[in-house]
Design a protein around this ligand. Sequence first.
Ligand SMILES: Nc1ncnc2c1ncn2[C@@H]1O[C@H](COP(=O)(O)OP(=O)(O)OP(=O)(O)O)[C@@H](O)[C@H]1O
Ligand SMILES: [Mg+2]
Length: 510
Amino acid sequence: MFAKVNSMGLFGLNAFAVDVEIAVSKGLPRFEIVGLADTAVQESRERIKAALYACGIVFPTNSAVINLAPADLRKNGSMHDLAIFTAILAALGRVQVPADAAVIGEVSLNGDVRRVNGVLPMVLKAKEQGIRTMFVPIENAREAAVVDGVTVYGVPDTKALLSHLEGDALLTPIGHIGLEESPHEMVPDFADVHGQGAAKYALELAAAGGHNALLIGPPGSGKSMLAKRVPGILPALTFAESIETTQIHSVAGLLDAEHPLVTVRPFRSPHHTISSAGLAGGGTIPHPGEISLAHNGLLFLDELAEFDRRTLEILRQPLEDRTVTISRAAGTIRYPCSIMLVAAMNPCPCGYLGHPTRKCTCGQRAAANYLNRVSGPLLDRFDLHIEAAPVSFDDLSSTKKEESSAEIRKRVAAARAIQTERFKGTGITCNARITPDKLAHFCPMTDSAKNLLKAVFEKLGLSARAYDRLLKVARTSADLRGLEVIGEAQIAEAVQYRTLDRKYWQTADA
Ligand SMILES: Nc1ncnc2c1ncn2[C@@H]1O[C@H](COP(=O)(O)OP(=O)(O)OP(=O)(O)O)[C@@H](O)[C@H]1O
Ligand SMILES: [Mg+2]
């Protein structure tokens, strides 16, 4: 007796079709799984035997060999349990499985079907390969239903699947889940922050062009408070972006069963004790890191100087390439990480270096060591260095109504609309992503702006990267004002955001 059931496998973010084939023949009793299956798959045998027993089916005493094809791709985890279970039922002649159906799920000893990671990328791939019906664990059902054009059944346990396939008690398909069906999380509002007008404007500029920003200032000046409010002024996620980010969260097993789509830009704020693999991705079974979980959103590194220097350095390449590459014997995995990076730090261990009234007690060497934990090349990747000055008593006690995130978001959205129009058909999404070859084309300047930029470049000894980034910030500043051509004022403004490194880093070196 032979039977075949479709399943799906996963390597990184890449899903692939797996054929679960079974041959039951006369011979000595045995039950084997072949086809590059890892230990979790090998352990399926025991779970499946128990699950069959729970359905009142006695496992055939004949020889049963299960092949997971293609044999050259490693099959990880327990996600094939349910397909193997179904294949056995089919080989025993109990059920017939349609050729355009696929089955994914882990089975527990009592026959319950458990959730698995990575269902969204697997269902997307299955659809591409002509699958029209998916049987998935009930907890993953809403996640699978994000894919339009595939009938999704949520399977609570093996008995329910058996009854459905036998035509006794049919499962109800889950309706398609769109963007509007997930509630928006509450993001804190800029209206709560008193004063700090300059820092707020700088963050508006950062959000408008998708620029990386570093906030520096004394303790309690509101750096963390400001950074946490940035997601609230970013433009809404598009459906395509939402699917991209949801796939990464799916692989990491972070999705909410009820509201599976990631509908707001992610805000990831890892603690400074995080490991390199935690931040950039990796591990024995490679998983996406915080930088990829923040894909299409914001990665916030609070207390930047407290992070391990080596961990931070690992971010340099992914920040430029917008993908993390992880190499393993089984192949190379790529996780996208198109993010806006926002970081906050004190200028020295005591926090008061450069403070207008309080004296720094650290001493020059300690301050320099502290600042040097953030390397020059990493510092260079922040387009905007923003000073969060101490808040004045008048600002704090003022009852004046501060501008809300919704109002700021309107201006950001207008600047983004100009960018969308400008970059049509180029694959560029915002000013921060302008490629070097297109820089001159998209950033025309007046003659006086050019002269100023030349003078600044020579005087400050800017790197080529700093030059590119400066021009992009000036582009965003012009967009916020509805200007086509970059003027002197926009260059001056962008330069001002590259001077803090001189104030702190170079005085510390002196
Ligand atoms: N501009 C402000 N308006 C209103 N409250 C503020 C402001 N700045 C700071 N606060 C208050 O001070 C608290 C501390 O601010 P926050 O944690 O953002 O400071 P920080 O700059 O990150 O400090 P640290 O360097 O110690 O991390 C906030 O929770 C808030 O209550
Ligand atoms: Mg803080």
